[in-house]
Each structure stands twice: as structure tokens, then as C-alpha cells.
Design a protein around this ligand. Sequence first.
Ligand code: SF4
Length: 313
Amino acid sequence: MSSPPEGRLDPAVLKAAGGVRAHYAAGRLAVVQPGADGRRAASELRLHAAATLRQWRWRAAQPYAPECLTLNLSNRCNLACRYCFSAHDGRNNSPVLRDPAILAAAAALVAGHCREKGLPFQLVVHGGGEPTLHWEEMEQAVAVTRAAAGAAGIGWRSYIATNGVMDEDRCRWLAANFTGIGLSCDGPPDVQDRQRAAAGGAPTSAAIERTARCLRELGCDFSIRATITPATVERQPAIVAWLHQTLGATRIRFEPVYRAGAAAIAAAADPAAESATDAAAVAESAPDAVELPNPPPWNRPNMRTDPSRLCDR
Ligand code: SF4
């Protein structure tokens, strides 16, 4: 871990366009609308900055003892989502972990720390790309980490984040080999096919429905992550209803799109808050209760942030 940052905690004004001001401090960006008093935002930012600094210093002082092995297998993908955060750096150019010795060493390290802490081994296979495109490496990761957990005498848990565009055989394998699956789907076909088309432009909604049906039939524990964009911000109730009724999701996570730009996100904030509240009501009234852990990403403080901008700085 790098050294904790030193210096000012005071928020810095990053830009002022059309009367909108953006203030930044240690991991937070606040957008202040024209004519609004920015003092409250500034004071909240100072508090967040101080808390972030305290946490960072505490973590930097801890010995390195990972409890989870997270693999980002590469940034290759079979989809071309309009907002993809990895596409702008050039796709298909990241290295792929192919050396079993590295994987085994990492798994043994994590297994040792999990055993000391009385935890099960946790494997997370993640994107930045679509991990199932690296099928052999993924099978290998499952086998190697299971073996490491077995050798350490601890349990094994696993989670994979996938775009869900795969055939049924692969879907069955995932269901049998991962204890948790996160499926990305932005909503009904008109939304999914517009925002998350295949790399060649083909629709993907039918494939997602097939994957969700397959997972449901196998009794698999899956959740759905939906990215909310300015185009869908007012459709959150309908999206919750569709994900629940058509895909059978009982756990849904909404995340705001990260590359819309601060102005677009701020402009969407107010209708978003109302739409999020309605979405929560839809979730609560579903017959078998839908978990919507973060219906208010749009009305919590970082609704008005643009993480892609933070990363650029
Ligand atoms: S599935 Fe993920 S990695 Fe692939 S294009 Fe969409 S956002 Fe990017």
C-alpha cells in the first residue's frame, strides 16, 4: 500500500462551469448547483476527507494479510456496453494470468491468513472484462484455490461477476462451482439491448434471460447488478419490477454510471431520487421481498460524484 497522503484536507474547487461548482477532497466529489450555498458540502467533504485519512493510515500500518483472492483475468469482453470503463484504455490488451505457480502461491498465502482468522477461503473472479472468456484459467483458479483451502483445512467460498452472455453448459458449470454469482443486466430488452449490446452490436437480452432461467432452475444464489444511466434514471421502478418478475432476481444492486460526467449525473439527481424511492417501494411490495441494498445511490452524497473524474486526477 502506498503512503498515506499528507497535506491539506480542505476541499479544492475543480471547475466552475455554468454556475455549477465541483469540490473535491480525498475520495469525494460534490457538485454544488448554481446559487446554492456550498458551505455544507465543504464541511461534509472535510469530514469525509479526515475519516478517509484516518482509515488509510490505520490500514497502511497493518501487516499485509489478505483474506480474499480477487482475480481480474483480463479486460477482454464479448460485449460493448456504451459506458464500459475498461474500453477507453484499449480492450484486449491486458495480460492474462497463466502461470499456475503464481496462482498457487497467492492461494496458499490467502488460505494461511484465512485459517489464522478462522475464515473460509474467498475467491472472487471479476471483470474489467468478461472472466468467462478465460474459461481454462477460471477452471484452474477454482481448482487451485479449492485445493489450497482443503490443504489449510478451511472452507471455500467463491463469487463471480459476469455479463451472463454464455451458453447453458457454461452457466451450469458456474452454478455448480461458484457459491455466488453476480449477473449484470440493466433492465428490460429495450434498455439492455441499447446499453449492453454484444461486441458486434447484437442484442443480449435473450441470452441474459436464458442464463437467469438456468441459474434459477438450478437453485443458484445469484444477484443482479444494474447500471443506472441518465437514460434510465427515471425508470428504476420498472427496472426493479422487470428484473424481479422476468429474471427472478431477489437481490438487485443499482449503481450509477461512472462515465456520464458530473454535470449529467447532477442533472439527473433529483428525478433519480424520486425514481429510487419508487423503486424501493416496488421492491418492498414484491410477493417474495426483493433486496435492494442501495436503492438510494442516487440520493446519497456520492450520487453527485463522478468517480471517473476522480480517477483522472
Ligand atoms: S460487460 Fe463489463 S467489461 Fe464487458 S463491455 Fe460491458 S461493462 Fe465493459
